[in-house]
Design a protein around this ligand. Structure first.
Ligand code: DX5
Ligand code: ZN
Length: 224
């Protein structure tokens, strides 16, 4: 496995100082900003939208990875593209037309991905592997930061890795495998061993005083 990516989730950042908070994690060695969008409909919480994406965009050059926990999906895609997002992922069961939503994301020049809740089957990937750049495995039920990693997500990560490798070996291209929920310094290595290459960490990073020390520790675990 080549390069690992650390993606702090700003859900656990101080929203009153968001520009500074995104700059700090990138300056501390993170690779991607993970941006959680919740609508109080698909998930029981309400967070941030395209206007906030647009507001943080000038603060970092790093990719902004928009995780849509919303229903419906499609109307937000052009808005986030305009707001400077680089990656958009959505939950397949929240879209009426998965193929169309994926196509819409790519038509806007962004990377597209599907997100799998702990009980959502990976069979949603069956007919769309050619349209995705990222698979995101949830290791908690979506809606809140600070929850505990669900251990059986490791099996799902292995299965997603197998599907991705099989597809890219036959067709080329690159598909990232991201894991979101309860990722900490004490489990990131096991998650990487299961096949993940991109790690969302909200409370594990923003819940500590020294972001650089935490990100260094996460990377050290990955290097072992
Ligand atoms: C949960 C969100 C996550 C969340 C992760 O629904 O999708 O991105 O911020 O938070 P931690 O890392 O604290 O579990
Ligand atoms: Zn997320």
């Amino acid at each position: 496995m080549g390069h690992y990516r650390i993606a702090p989730s700003i859900l656990s950042a101080d929203f009153a100082r968001l520009g500074e908070e995104v700059r700090d994690v990138i300056a501390s060695g993170a690779d991607i900003i993970h941006f959680d969008v919740m609508d109080n409909h698909y998930v029981p919480n309400l967070t941030i939208g395209p206007m906030v994406c647009e507001a943080i965009r000038p603060h970092v050059a790093a990719p902004i990875d928009v995780h849509l926990m919303v229903k419906p999906v499609d109307s937000l895609i052009p808005m986030f593209a305009k707001a400077g997002a680089d990656i958009i992922t959505f939950h397949p069961e929240a879209s009426e037309h998965i193929d169309r939503s994926l196509g819409l994301i790519r038509e806007h020049g962004l990377k597209a991905g599907l997100v799998f809740n702990p009980a959502t089957p990976l069979s949603y990937l069956d007919h769309v592997m050619d349209k995705i750049d990222m698979v995101l495995i949830m290791s908690v039920n979506p809606g809140f930061g600070g929850q505990s990693f669900i251990p059986h997500a490791l099996d799902k990560i292995r299965e997603a890795r197998r599907r991705i490798d099989e597809y890219t070996a036959a067709h080329g291209g690159e598909i990232w495998l991201e894991v979101d929920g309860g990722v900490k310094t004490d489990n990131i290595r096991r998650i990487a061993e299961a096949g993940a290459d991109t790690f969302v960490a909200g409370s594990a990073i923003y819940g500590t005083d020294d972001y650089k020390a935490t990100i260094d520790t996460l990377r050290a675990e990955l290097a072992l």
